[in-house]
Design a protein around this ligand. Structure first.
Ligand code: HEM
Length: 503
């Protein structure tokens, strides 16, 4: 037995790839349970460099932060790294675009991409605006009657649950006044399950029958969304007018001949990525529709993937503005001009183009990347050559490659003063200094975050309106720096509490 573990856990050392010391059964999975994952990741990156080997229990995994290799893995050799190496959980969950593999993923991605075209986003703008205005009115009522502090994660989640609930299912959740509504509580449970280091560990070490028991507990939360979707589909069948939401889109969906693609927003890589994305999705897709289960699985994953990530981005953004009043003042000045004198509101074209707003959100996503780390599984043996020292090595078929985004965003090789909030580095005149494949909050390549443009629109609209109406400031009790939670796979913090007052 001991020899078996010795052999397994020497996988990287015999290949001359260094990495943190693993222990039998657990590999390197205990460190991110006992300490916050971003900090563990950064420590390993500093100690072992941009490429190191680690073990997910007994399974070797490669961590890659070298920008040249990242381009190869995420874009150039995408066909060899097209799937995420995530264990199959259960069929309802697995039928979604995030977990789907090979041709199923291509079909789902090609079907879902047009949801985030400019036309569709413009169409969503009034819906987002309405949720935002309701959210601001509720906050305004509280602040007018004496509220002086906000727990940012909680308030921002109230806004994003409302937006995503409306866009995906056409439901009104009113989460600010009703924070314990089932959409929030069920989604939180599912998210916690998938972003907790110990859940990942248990899935790896427990016998299958126990993992299934655990999944069954979780499935009651997933079932809430499944039953809701089924009920809505059935109610809408004979309705004269059908709502214009994601659920209806997926239920009706037939793939269009000209696939609409989205870009990652990073100018320097956009052309390459667009070409590869088009090629990745251009194969002849025989089955051009989604099954009902697949349609439901997409709506669930869009709800789950979209609401917490965007709420986290908004929470950290407001936190940094509270800590940096000079930047908050500059942003207020920029956005003041942007509201129309006639309508008193701000339109889609204007909000997406405000340079400082874009820079502030980009810098927030650099300092606190809210997503879980992109993961890719080698579909065949692949030879990789590093950009730093030209070292060539083989990644064997079936090996998972993880991209340590937090460490990449905090490496002094990529960003000066990496721990300081400096939005100016993302202003149009400075943006060219950002090295390609060192800014990855949404991943990159054909499998980057499909909801990126929607998330940015949601975040920008909220930010612009929030700081127009309220001033946020640091309290003596505000955690500085942020205290990340141990045991979570994301930049989850224990508390993000700041002061708030009306302007
Ligand atoms: C600030 C907000 C968000 C962040 C930081 C974020 C981040 C990410 C990241 C890092 C990935 C993995 C990318 C990769 O592997 O290269 C991802 C994938 C994904 N995201 Fe997002 N996301 C955000 C918002 C959203 C929203 C609003 C939606 C939908 C409503 C969404 C839906 C998805 C889906 C469906 C995938 C899987 C795509 C695929 O496999 O083809 N995300 N996201």
């Amino acid at each position: 037995m001991q020899y078996k573990w010795y052999r397994i856990l020497n996988y990287w050392s015999v290949r001359n790839i260094s990495g943190p010391k693993p222990i039998p059964l657990f590999g390197n999975t205990l460190s991110p349970i006992l300490r916050p994952k971003p900090l563990v990741e950064l420590e390993w990156y500093k100690t072992y460099g941009p490429i190191y080997g680690k073990y997910n229990c007994g399974k070797p995994e490669l961590s890659v932060a070298d920008p040249v290799l990242l381009k190869q893995i995420l874009v150039k050799d995408f066909h060899k790294f097209r799937n995420r190496g995530v264990a199959k959980v259960d069929d309802v969950v697995f039928a979604n675009i995030f977990l789907a593999i090979d041709d199923d993923w291509k079909r789902m991605r090609a079907i879902a991409s047009p949801l985030f075209s400019t036309g569709k986003l413009k169409h969503m703008c009034p819906v987002i605006n309405e949720c935002c205005d309701n959210f601001l009115a509720a906050l305004d009522r509280d602040v007018s009657t004496g509220r002086t502090e906000v727990e940012l994660k909680q308030v921002m989640a109230a806004y994003t649950v409302d937006v995503i609930g409306k866009c995906v299912f056409s439901v009104d959740t009113d989460s600010y006044c009703d924070p314990n509504n089932p959409f929030t509580t069920k989604a939180n449970w599912i998210l916690k399950h998938f972003t907790t280091s110990s859940s990942a560990l248990l899935t790896n070490i427990l016998p299958t029958f126990l993992t299934k028991r655990l999944a069954a507990i979780g499935s009651s939360n997933i079932m809430f969304f499944k039953h809701l979707s089924k009920r809505l589909i059935s109610e809408r069948k004979n309705a004269a007018k059908k709502p214009n939401d994601f659920l209806q889109y997926f239920t009706d969906m037939k793939i269009e001949d000209n696939n609409t693609t989205t870009t990652t927003g990073a100018d320097s890589v956009a052309t390459d990525e667009l070409m590869i994305e088009k090629r990745a999705l251009s194969a002849v897709l025989k089955k051009k529709k989604l099954t009902t289960d697949e349609a439901i699985a997409q709506t669930i994953v869009f709800f789950i993937a979209g609401y917490e990530t965007t709420a986290t981005a908004l929470a950290y953004c407001t936190y940094e503005l509270a800590l940096n009043p000079d930047i908050q003042d500059r942003l207020v000045a920029e956005t003041r001009e942007a509201f129309s004198e006639n309508t008193g509101d701000i339109d889609y074209e204007t909000v997406i183009r405000l340079p400082l707003l874009d820079a502030v959100i980009s810098e927030t996503l650099r300092k606190y990347p809210p997503g879980i780390n992109p993961l890719r599984k080698a579909a065949e043996d692949v030879m990789l050559t590093t950009g730093t020292d030209g070292l060539t090595f083989k990644v064997e078929k079936g090996t998972n490659v993880e991209i340590p985004v937090y460490a990449i965003h905090h490496s002094p090789d990529n960003y000066s003063d990496a721990f300081i909030f400096k939005p100016d580095r993302f202003l149009p005149q400075n943006r060219h200094n950002i090295k390609p494949y060192t800014y990855l909050p949404f991943g990159a390549g054909p499998r980057h975050c499909i909801g990126m443009r929607f998330a940015l629109l949601m975040a920008k609209l909220a930010m612009v309106k929030l700081i127009r109406q309220f001033r946020f400031y640091r309290l003596p009790t505000t955690d500085v720096p942020v205290v990340f939670t141990a045991g979570r796979l994301t930049v989850h913090s224990c508390s993000l509490r700041v002061g708030v007052e009306k302007r």
